[in-house]
Design a protein around this ligand. Structure first.
Ligand code: PEP
Ligand code: MG
Length: 841
């Protein structure tokens, strides 16, 4: 085996140790040594050395053992490149044999020495000799007797004497740990955490600080921050006469560190050791620029630091830690921003299942709107509302949702659907209003009529039973696991304000209602990038008005339906302008996919006939005549505006009248009007002409002047390709990547959920393209559209308002393509703000 200081190295301040060659633990220990902290002597073995040992080579035992005194006991711990990749468990007390047992008995007493020997014999037997741990089940409780029994049990089982030579013991331990790392299960586990197939393992051999013996001896861990809340407080445990992480395992007997009303503490027992330890942990934070957990041993009152590991933390604590490190001047603000994974903010914005609890997973669907919710199963929007009015949490279960369900979705704690993908109705609305949502859970059998769900393992739940959904993972769980509350605390707000200081792409919100707009402001969106006006008609009375308009087959009928809608729309827009006070509001003209507004069953038809005061037969006939084979490609968006111009004219009038009304009270409002589903320049010309005419009429009628910005939603491949002829007619292009993805792939956004998992699992698509922007295909259309548009109209505002607008990778793409802003559901705005900031750092 090649030897040399780079492979077997005593850790000194300037030894050649690096993370890519020796692993994170070795490097961290070197940093602690450099800080002159009381770290026991440690030798690091490189990845190469460990690989050779696994292959059967023998390292130079002299250079390995010389740094330690003759009678030293040793421990070996793993040192992988990333601590998350795991590694074999530590082995302690190497070097214990009959001679050191006698010697130690004199120093620390026989029972303590016996415990050390016993512990080593057991772990050597299991980890190195691969013996069955059960063979030690019948040992005496007295450690002195138990040692003798354990040694003979070892001899019987392994058929050789327990090795007495420290070199043999150490080599055995090193080899077993090196080989454990190469095992298939270990490799698969770490690869699942992102480790490359050839990830190396380093090992550190450290002199033991015993933790057992005369005076105050023991071991424990200390950290200066709470792992769940991020609050600054000294936490951890200490156990007298113990080693390793025993203090954490025996939490009942262990002491608190700082004085604590719940029980005795190390601070009271050994104040000097406590103070020293706290000082060491604080120094680690400052110099390692990270919140660290100190693993320590106290030997006769003396403190030893065995290791420092990054404090485990959930997202809320991660934000608090990053902000406090930056506020204390330990790291720059930019680094604090970079330390938080944008998606992790979802954990702060929504309730989460406590990561500590065991999950009883019934089935998995598509994670459509993050957060966890527990409640009684209900099968209709009405039941969800009724439960809400009784103050009960409900999970609304539907095959799929439609506009009639929106009020129920507001009332429900969570939504579960059988069908649909990431851009289905339930998913889009769920994200918009922040209701946790799992869609496309097709593994569950939905017996809607019998009000029952059957799960793949045969279990079954009925209406009224408790269920939990996790919209962050897509899991459906039994019962009521403990939930952690959302935490938009001061640290979160501070981090967000730093993000806003550095980012160079704007973030708006998709917001349809007053409540959405208020939410958008809470999350500091810089305006509304998409107001889907058809979503303003979800209340039962309004839905009827909307349907009357859709159902009207004479121009008189339509005119009277529109007359009902006009004042509603005007009032809606006045509210939006007021709430957003001067910020841009981009209103999309109606794009009601007709199938979402037509009743699907007999009962629905009868109700509609009642509401419209028409015979059932007439309604049935009309529903049939309005039915489309492929509604996604049917009478949608601007096609409605061209075929029935009065509808868009009514909306334009409502927008302009609201503009005049809202401008009287404050700064002039400049509304943005967006035309959906455009595929041809002529569509834009026609709509523009009509909208201009309405603007002129309102100017005349009110005697007030105003301006507005007209834009096109690029949602069809043709609109992207023909951007050069569309751009001169408009002020902005906003890419609606939900429909653009649907049309580029020829993939129905409502149905793709049924087979998407097969496609992703088999690598046909790397990701669900409705979830993560397909930069190769759809992205190319975005680039083409942006480039061709800007070539003829350099001032053209460019944006994205599909669901991808809240996705960090898609935001990166849009920023590179020169977009001015992204727009996403209000609850995704913070994620987008942080993701955008990270791009600018
Ligand atoms: C889109 O298609 O990307 C879009 C934002 O519009 P909608 O989801 O309402 O079709
Ligand atoms: Mg669309």
């Amino acid at each position: 085996m090649q030897q040399g200081p780079e492979h077997i190295t005593l850790i000194t301040p300037d030894a050649p140790i690096a993370i890519p060659t020796h692993g994170g633990r070795a490097k961290c220990l070197q940093r602690l040594v450099r800080l002159d902290l009381p770290v026991p002597r440690t030798v690091a073995l490189s990845f190469d050395a460990v690989r050779w040992i696994a292959d059967g080579e023998v390292p130079d035992m002299a250079s390995l053992l010389d740094p330690f005194g003759d009678m030293a006991l040793l421990c070996v711990r793993p040192s992988s490149e990333d601590p998350d990749w795991g590694g074999p468990g530590a082995v302690l007390n190497i070097g214990m044999n009959d001679a050191s047992y006698v010697d130690l008995s004199d120093r620390i007493g026989k029972p303590a020495a016996a415990r050390l020997y016993l512990r080593f014999v057991q772990s050597y037997a299991v980890h190195v000799a691969r013996a069955d741990p059960d063979m030690f089940d019948t040992l005496d409780e007295d450690p002195v007797k138990a040692v003798g029994q354990a040694l003979s049990a070892y001899e019987d089982e392994v058929e050789e004497e327990f090795p007495q030579d420290a070199k043999v013991q150490l080599l055995g331990v090193l080899r077993s740990m090196a080989r454990a790392w190469q095992g298939t299960t270990a490799r698969l586990l770490r690869q699942a955490k992102g480790a490359p197939a050839d990830a190396g393992l380093g090992l550190v051999v450290q002199e033991m600080a015993l933790g057992l013996g005369e005076g105050e001896c023991g071991s424990g861990v200390m950290q200066l921050v709470d792992s769940v809340t991020g609050d600054r407080r000294c936490t951890g445990r200490y156990l007298s006469q113990s080693q390793g992480r025993e203090a954490l395992k025996a939490a009942n007997e262990a002491l608190y560190l700082q004085k604590d009303p719940r029980g005795p503490s190390l601070e009271e027992l050994a104040p000097e050791a406590f103070a020293r330890l706290k000082q060491c942990t604080k120094l680690m934070r400052e110099k390692l620029r990270e919140e660290m957990q100190a693993e320590f041993t106290i030997e006769n009152g003396e403190v030893y630091l065995l290791d420092g590991v990054r404090v485990a933390r959930n997202a809320r604590a991660a934000v608090a830690i990053a902000v406090s490190l930056a506020e204390d001047g330990i790291i720059p603000r930019e680094e604090a921003l970079m330390r938080i994974e944008p998606r992790a903010l979802n954990e702060l914005l929504h309730r989460q299942i406590d990561p500590e609890v065991k999950r009883d997973v019934l089935a998995k669907g598509i994670a459509a709107s993050p957060g966890a919710a527990t409640g009684k199963i209900v099968f209709s929007a009405e039941e969800a509302q009724a439960a809400d009015s009784r103050g009960e949490a409900a999970i609304l279960v539907r095959r799929e949702t439609s506009p009639e369900d929106i009020r129920g979705m507001h009332a429900a704690a969570g939504v579960l659907t059988e069908r649909g993908g990431i851009t289905s109705h339930a998913a889009v609305i769920g994200r918009g209003i922040g209701t946790p949502c799992v869609v496309g859970a097709s593994a569950i059998t939905f017996h809607i009529k019998q009000k029952r769900l059957t799960f793949p393992d045969g279990r079954s739940l009925k209406s009224g039973d408790q269920i939990t959904i996790d919209g962050t993972s897509g899991e459906v769980l039994a019962g009521e696991p403990r939930l952690l509350e959302a935490a938009r605390d001061e640290a979160f707000k501070t981090l967000m304000s730093w993000a806003d200081d550095v980012r160079d792409i704007e973030v708006r919100a998709n917001a349809d209602t007053q409540a959405d707009a208020e939410l958008a402001l809470t999350f500091k969106a810089q305006g509304i990038g998409l107001c889907r006006t058809e979503h303003m008609f979800v209340e039962p009375s309004r839905l009827v008005a909307m349907r009357e308009m859709i159902f009207a087959d004479t121009s008189e009928d339509r005119a009277s339906a529109l007359e009902v809608l006009l004042p509603m729309q005007r009032a809606d827009f006045i509210d939006l302008f007021r709430i957003m006070s001067g910020m841009p509001v981009c209103i999309r003209l109606f794009d009601p996919p007709l199938h979402e507004y037509l009743p699907a069953d007999r009962e629905g038809i009868r109700e509609l006939a009642d509401a419209l005061d028409l015979p059932v037969a007439d309604v049935t006939e009309r529903v049939e005549s309005l039915g489309e084979y492929n509604p996604m490609l049917g009478m949608r968006g601007v096609r409605l505006g061209i075929a029935v111009p009065e509808i868009y004219e009514m909306q334009a009038r409502a927008i302009f009248e609201a503009t005049v009304a809202a401008s009287k009270e404050g700064d002039p409002v400049v509304p943005e009007i967006m035309i959906p589903l455009v595929s041809a320049m002529r569509e834009v010309e026609l709509v523009r002409q009509n909208v201009d005419n309405v603007a002129d009429a309102v100017r005349r009628e009110t005697g007030r002047n105003f301006t507005y910005r007209l834009g096109v939603m690029v949602e069809t491949p043709r609109a992207a390709l023909r951007a050069a002829e569309i751009a001169p007619l408009v002020s902005f292009l906003s890419f609606g990547t939900n429909d653009l993805t649907q049309m580029t792939y020829g993939l129905s956004r409502d149905d793709a959920g049924r087979f998407m998992s097969h496609y992703v699992q088999q690598g046909v698509y790397p990701e669900d393209p409705f979830h993560v922007l397909d930069v190769d295909g759809v992205g190319e259309l975005l680039e083409i559209g942006a480039r061709r548009g800007r070539e003829v109209a350099p001032d053209l505002t460019l944006s994205i308002c599909g669901e991808h607008g809240g996705n960090p990778e898609s935001i990166a793409f849009c920023r590179t393509a020169g977009f001015d802003y992204v727009s996403c559901s209000p609850f995704r705005v913070p994620v987008a703000r942080l993701a955008a900031a990270q791009l600018a750092v």
